[in-house]
Ligand binder design. Structure first.
Ligand code: GLC
Length: 393
């Protein structure tokens, strides 16, 4: 069986980490399977996929298309935002047309048995390419309902897809409402539990380290994290504590991300600049998780899944989770992680201090967290589950 995966970018965010886990899991579960990947931009995903034995082709998306997205318009006047987006699309129609020809030619040459698309832009591209007689899987990593213009386009073209795989129940529910004609199945994301594993020693570190691991999308809550940090520093000025921001701006969509400078300025305004470390995008993320005493997830909007939560839990770290959307399905409050309401720095600061003051609670939660991940989110189930979807198409 030959599968062609298509991914909008070559950069590595959560959806790409899941993609790499799926590729590896499929190759283990079905050693004869042939895997190809077409990506829309350069980036580290290419080399990582090639290392697994996947044949990768870069078909560079037109620059203007990379910068397009309706998430930048969130909260603005919808009609005006829609009009601007429409005008931008019209302007780049010729380059999209040219790209589609190339995309179609590549697919025709590869002759796949199935196409597995991993992002909104590639869902639309595959649909527009109009390849007949080949099943198409849409992997759904986001709440499409919160992106009205994209949702409309996807709904319009959902007939061209055979099935959707949603990464959580919350995402599936949204997809079933937004794309009523598409059958949707839930397959929870998974992580390689051998790679994401606890450190041998779990002694408290000095200084105490609290970290947020996320891309710089604005809804990931870096601002809430910094506000919570400022509260803690203000109420406990002698505490030997550091706040680590791990990650960077990886997407090209305009206006939807923080810049590091903006976050540094915010930390300065709050008077905690010297307590915050900006670690950037990290290759060896396991070492980072292991070095943190508490991992914070602070998304201000419902998180579709929240891969960093499960990665950190797999590394046996106590995680504080912004409890909404798919993220709320990943843990049990005060058992294997701690839930807090999204967007509330006071609640976050309180939860951090509670864990910080309670070594035993951290230990117990850490152990349960690792156990939960091995039971529910291990990569070992993923290959079979995905392959079962392929067989059903
Ligand atoms: C998207 C979602 C995130 C999820 C990731 C992997 O980035 O926003 O919640 O963890 O995809 O599925």
């Amino acid at each position: 069986m030959k599968i062609v995966f298509v991914n909008p970018v070559g950069a590595i965010g959560g959806a790409e980490r899941v993609l790499l886990t799926i590729l590896a899991a499929l190759l283990t579960a079905q050693p004869n399977i042939q895997l190809h990947l077409i990506v829309g931009t350069d980036g580290p995903l290419i080399e990582q996929a090639e290392k697994l034995g996947v044949q990768v082709k870069v078909l560079k998306l037109p620059e203007e298309l990379n910068q397009l997205g309706d998430s930048a318009f969130k909260g603005n006047n919808k009609a005006i935002a829609g009009l601007i987006l429409l005008l931008r699309i019209v302007k780049i129609l010729p380059s999209i047309g040219k790209y589609l020809q190339e995309f179609k030619r590549s697919l025709r040459e590869l002759k796949p048995d199935l196409i597995h698309s991993n992002g909104i832009k590639t869902h639309l591209l595959v649909a527009l390419a109009g390849i007949k007689g080949i099943p198409v899987v849409w992997h759904i990593h986001d709440f499409y309902g919160s992106r009205p213009l994209m949702a409309l386009a996807l709904k319009w073209m959902s007939d061209r897809a055979t099935i959707g795989i949603a990464i959580s129940q919350a995402v599936a529910q949204d997809a079933r409402t937004t794309l009523p004609r598409l059958p949707v199945e839930v397959i929870y994301n998974a992580v390689d539990i051998n790679y994401f594993s606890p450190a041998l020693s779990t002694l408290p570190s000095s200084p105490f380290r609290v970290g947020l691991v996320a891309t710089f999308a604005r809804w990931k809550g870096h601002d809430i994290f910094l506000e919570a940090a400022a509260r803690i520093v203000r109420s406990h000025p002698d505490l030997n504590i550091r706040f680590c921001i791990v990650g960077g701006a990886i997407y090209q969509t305009r206006g939807s991300q923080f810049s590091e400078q903006e976050l540094r300025n915010k930390a300065s305004h709050l008077g905690i600049a010297e307590k915050v470390d900006f670690l950037g995008f990290q290759q060896d993320i396991v070492a980072i998780y292991r070095s943190l005493d508490i991992v914070v997830h602070a998304s201000t909007q419902p998180e579709p899944f929240g891969l960093a939560i499960v990665e950190a839990m797999a590394c046996g770290r106590p995680v504080i989770v912004s409890q909404a959307g798919g993220a709320a399905e990943l843990f049990t409050h005060n058992y294997d992680a701690v839930g807090v309401p999204p967007g509330e720095p006071i609640a976050l600061a309180t939860a951090i201090l509670d864990l910080l003051n309670n070594f035993e609670k951290r230990q117990i939660i850490s152990e349960k967290a690792r156990y939960t991940v091995t039971e529910r989110f291990s990569h070992e189930r993923l290959g079979q589950q995905i392959f079962a979807v392929y067989k059903g198409t």
